[in-house]
Write a protein that binds this ligand. Structure first.
Ligand code: ADP
Ligand code: MG
Length: 268
């Protein structure tokens, strides 16, 4: 499960991995409603960290606070050594946030959009190189609205990389995608991590978290109720005596689907 990061964690190297995000006692109130109820966690440099949980758990709120896009109620957030309260502008420089590309500048093609965002970030960026990374090199002259769902998500992820961030935040990047497009996006996330970038991803797909994340925090109703590697969480459950009601087959329907229809993307 997971990648190199997970292996390193299992080898007991946690103490050698640098903490790149530290969240302590974070709360967020919307009026009298407590959406985030005092959560604490750390993210290590170079890992894919998952925030899991059902709808309404508080994942997006937590993510947007770390992204400096939403004000917290209380608690402490430190990102790459910068305190959210003191140096939000420094944080903005080291993080990649999915920009809202839909609806904006409908006249621009993908290449032009990247150039424009590069200008906003004051970054020199090679649009074709970036499009190649997300496998959209053939779509450089296409408009955003002409892309399939998977292509839109990959473009959106490309925009997070424009400022060469140390940390990328992805909020449910695979929701609504077909199985091929989901797998393709997992590969992209792994590729981004393999270049040393830390990835924080939210999802409510457990299969996705299991193959992708080195560690996950499970949120429910504004609290973190478990945090560990997927393997360790599963082992813990099994050790507690849990057994599946019936023996699982060695494949599931999604395996059948992918076996029959292939891994190739069907979006063009
Ligand atoms: P998740 O991303 O896990 O689905 P959210 O962080 O979006 O959860 O939302 C957590 C809770 O906070 C939900 O009950 C949601 O309805 C509520 N919430 C989110 N944004 C606002 C807002 N701007 N005003 C009031 N309540 C909100
Ligand atoms: Mg959400």
């Amino acid at each position: 499960m997971g990648g190199a990061g997970a292996t390193a964690l299992h080898a007991g190297c946690e103490t050698h991995m640098k903490t790149i995000i530290s969240v302590s006692n974070l709360t967020k109130h919307y009026g009298s409603f407590e959406a985030v109820k005092g959560i604490s966690f750390e993210v290590k440099e170079g890992e894919i960290f998952g925030l899991l949980g059902p709808n309404g758990a508080g994942k997006s709120t937590t993510l947007e606070i770390m992204e400096t896009l939403r004000a917290k109620t209380s608690g402490k957030v430190v990102i790459d050594g910068f305190d959210l309260d003191q140096q939000p502008h420094e944080i903005k420089k080291v993080i990649g946030v999915q920009l809202q590309t839909s609806g904006f500048y409908p006249g621009l093609n993908l290449r032009e959009l990247i150039e424009m965002f590069g200008g906003l970030y004051n970054q020199r960026v090679d649009p074709l190189e970036l499009l190649q990374l997300v496998n959209l090199q053939d779509k450089a002259k296409a408009k955003y609205k002409e892309l399939s769902g998977g292509q839109k998500q990959r473009f959106s992820i490309a925009t997070t990389l424009i400022n060469k961030p140390r940390i990328v935040f992805l909020d449910e990047p695979t929701t609504g995608l077909d199985p091929q497009a989901r797998r393709n996006l997992w590969e992209l996330v792994k590729r981004i991590r393999s270049e040393g970038t830390t990835v924080i991803i939210t999802t409510h797909y457990m299969d996705e978290a299991e193959v992708l994340c080195d560690r996950v925090a499970i949120m429910d109703a504004g609290k973190i109720i478990a945090i560990d590697s997927p393997d360790a969480l599963i082992d813990h459950l099994v050790a507690s005596g849990f057994e599946r009601p019936k023996e699982m087959k060695k494949a599931n329907l999604e395996d059948v689907f992918i076996h029959l229809t292939g891994h190739a993307l069907r979006e063009d």
